[in-house]
Every structure is written in structure tokens, then in C-alpha cells.
Design a protein around this ligand. Structure first.
Ligand code: AMP
Length: 363
């Protein structure tokens, strides 16, 4: 592997696996810092293709294409966590892949992810792995009901998960999820959902953005508000959790940790729901609402540059434009102070993330 000299110089090319809106916004941030980007994605309609110097439209297991991609870039990063392990291994033999592929291996699987988090002494919903109908019966005894049955891999935005309540037919649900490896989690009666977006640099320095409060509709993120309406103790605990995870992974780049805040008598408990080893939808507000965005922090980290100190510009609200809500763009464009981001997607589907709007208000 040819190791680059850190930090990357102004003419360097950053390789991005994945061509969605996250890749697009990463590439825009990279361009602002003088870098070029090469996006690798199998989908010809990738939003990120529109804004970069080079593109490779090929399957993630097309090793000849990966070889050419590796030769053209100085460092490889990714905008989604389901990059096949073989792809990450192949590329990391040629160029630095950041964050390290070992992080993908852990976070691609909800069970190994929760085991990893628990081993750090951080709380999660009670959980158990489920591989068979008998295993589900045993897991329901230890986890209790209501519970959420989820696929261990490839689940997102609520896809691949079902609620199990008393009186339901859990075994039918096991089969509904395709008989693949599953995880059963206790249903968490949360007061609110929050996330922390954190960046860790090559030298181990960590910068967290302020704690974000998230509201979902049909399991899809709808709005993010900052600061979250949580106590200083909850905010400090949420940041500590994100920092502990970033440190344990020896992470380089931006990660997001989604958490549940649960009322516990007079105080609160913070439980980890999920780790996203990448920039995250709940961090989009940082483009307009902070002195440095999550996308720029990620590019800085993988390029070996110092991180910025994120200063929030006010109280911030980010609204996703889902499906045909993209038709509201004209209204938002006419709204004083609203920053409109459209991802250039032409096919509108229900729930599809088409763009977002950020508003910054005085505190
Ligand atoms: P996930 O795909 O795991 O991020 O789940 C999507 C959404 O489903 C979360 O943001 C929560 O709103 C809800 N959810 C997932 N797991 C649980 C749980 N164990 N208890 C309560 N709500 C959950």
C-alpha cells in the first residue's frame, strides 16, 4: 500500500464509496477545502456523480474497477455502512480506508454492534440474538414484551423490523422477516430520541456537535432540532457515550450515535440505539447552523487536517423533504432565512429523502 503524506495536499483526490446525498454533500465540502473527489457507486443516477471530478459506475465487487479507483485516489472513505467487507479489504491493501474497515464489520450487524457497546459499559435496550423460531421463544422470555424484532443486517429507516406485543404471533413474524439472523430488542419507552455527531482526527482529538433531538415519521427522520431539550447531565452523558465509542474504534472521521432518553424517576438514562459510521442525516443542520459542518469535519479528518471547533450559530431546525414534499421547495425558497438543499433526485418515491431545509433562529 502506498501511504500518503499527511495531511493530504491541495491536489489530492478523496475516493468516496457510495453516491447518495451524503456523498454529494461530502464532495461539496471537500471541494471547498480544495480537494477533488472520485465517487464509486453502482447506480447511474447517483446524486454525488453530479458534483465530482471523476465517477466510477460499477458494482462494489468489480475488482478491476476497484483497482482503477484505488489508483486514482489518495484516501478512500464511505458514505454508507453496507460496503461489502471484501470491497473494504481489497481497497485497504491499496490505499488507506478511513474509518478503518473493522468499524464496518462491527456496525453492519446490530448484534455485534450492541455487544460492542455493552462491552464498553454503555447501556442499550435489553437484547438477544435470534436464529430460529425456538430461539425467538427463548429470547422473548429473557427480553419480555413489547419487543422489537429486527434483521441483524441491512435494516434502515425502520425497514426489516416488527413490533411484538402480547397476543401477536411471533413465529409468523420470524418468518415474515425472511428467516435471516435477527435480534430481539426490548421496546424502549423513550421520552425522546437524540443523536450526537462526533468527529475524531488521526491524532485522537474529538469534537462533538451539540446534542440533536430527532423526530421520526414512519421510522424515517423528519426533523432535527438543536439544542435538544435535555438536561445538561443528559447532554454530557450523550457526548461522553459518543466520545467513548469513537475512542474505542480508534475512529478517523465522523460518526453518529443515535440514542434514547428514558425517564428514570427524577433523572434520565441514555441508551444507545444505533451507531452510524458515517455522516448522518441528523447532522445536516451543521451546514448552515454551525461554523464547520459534519461533512467538512469528516473531510478534514480523513485528509489528516485539524478538526474545526464547531460553534453553533443559534437554535437550529432541520426538516427533511420526503417524497412529494419536495414540491414544497418553492415555498421554502421564498421563506426568509430558510436554507434549501435539494439532492438532484428525479424519481420521487414515498419517504425518499429528496432534500432538506434548515432554519437558524436567534437563541
Ligand atoms: P433503527 O432502524 O433501529 O434506528 O429504528 C428506527 C426507529 O424505530 C428508531 O428511531 C425508534 O424510533 C424506533 N425503535 C427502534 N428500536 C426501538 C426500540 N428497541 N424501542 C423503541 N423504539 C425503537
Amino acid at each position: 500500500m502506498t501511504a500518503p503524506r499527511w495531511p493530504l495536499g491541495p491536489d489530492a483526490t478523496i475516493g468516496i464509496l457510495g453516491g447518495g446525498q451524503l456523498g454529494r454533500m461530502l464532495a461539496l465540502a471537500a471541494a471547498r477545502l480544495g480537494f477533488k473527489c472520485h465517487v464509486f457507486c453502482p447506480d447511474s443516477h447517483s446524486p454525488a456523480f453530479d458534483v465530482v471530478r471523476s465517477v466510477t459506475e460499477a458494482d462494489y465487487l468489480d475488482f478491476a474497477a476497484l483497482d482503477r479507483f484505488a489508483a486514482d485516489v489518495d484516501v478512500v472513505t464511505y458514505e454508507f455502512e453496507n460496503v461489502p467487507a471484501e470491497t473494504a479489504t481489497f481497497l485497504s491493501a491499496r490505499k488507506p480506508v478511513l474509518p478503518d474497515p473493522k468499524v464496518l464489520a462491527i456496525t453492519q450487524d446490530r448484534l455485534t454492534e450492541k455487544e460492542f457497546v455493552t462491552a464498553l459499559g454503555i447501556g442499550t435496550a435489553t437484547f438477544a440474538g435470534v436464529d430460529s423460531p425456538e430461539g425467538l421463544t427463548a429470547a422473548l422470555k429473557s427480553v419480555g414484551q413489547p419487543a422489537v424484532l429486527k434483521t441483524r443486517r441491512f435494516g434502515y429507516d425502520g425497514k426489516g423490523q416488527l413490533m411484538i406485543r402480547n397476543g401477536g404471533d411471533p413465529i409468523a413474524m420470524f418468518h415474515d422477516l425472511g428467516g435471516q439472523p435477527l435480534i430481539l430488542e426490548a421496546f424502549v419507552p423513550f421520552e425522546r430520541e437524540i443523536s450526537v455527531v462526533a468527529a475524531r482526527a488521526r491524532d485522537g482529538r474529538i469534537e462533538c456537535f451539540d446534542v440533536i433531538e430527532n423526530a421520526h415519521a414512519d421510522h424515517i427522520l423528519k426533523t432535527s432540532r438543536v439544542p435538544a431539550a435535555v438536561t445538561p447531565a443528559v447532554a454530557a452523558e450523550a457526548r461522553r457515550i459518543a466520545e467513548t465509542i469513537a475512542q474505542a474504534f480508534e475512529y478517523v472521521g465522523v460518526l453518529a450515535v443515535e440514542m434514547f432518553v428514558v425517564r428514570d424517576g427524577a433523572s434520565h438514562t441514555v441508551l444507545v440505539n444505533e451507531i452510524a459510521p458515517r455522516v448522518h442525516n441528523s447532522g445536516h443542520w451543521t451546514i448552515d447552523g454551525a461554523s464547520v459542518s459534519q461533512f467538512e469535519q469528516h473531510i478534514r479528518a480523513v485528509a489528516g487536517l485539524p478538526l474545526g471547533k464547531p460553534i453553533r450559530r443559534g437554535r437550529v431546525e432541520m426538516i427533511n423533504l420526503l417524497g412529494d414534499e419536495v414540491e414544497d421547495a418553492a415555498k421554502w425558497l421564498a421563506t426568509p432565512g430558510a436554507a434549501v438543499h435539494l439532492y438532484g433526485k428525479t424519481a420521487v418515491r414515498p419517504g425518499r429523502k429528496m432534500g432538506h431545509v434548515t432554519q437558524v433562529f436567534p437563541e
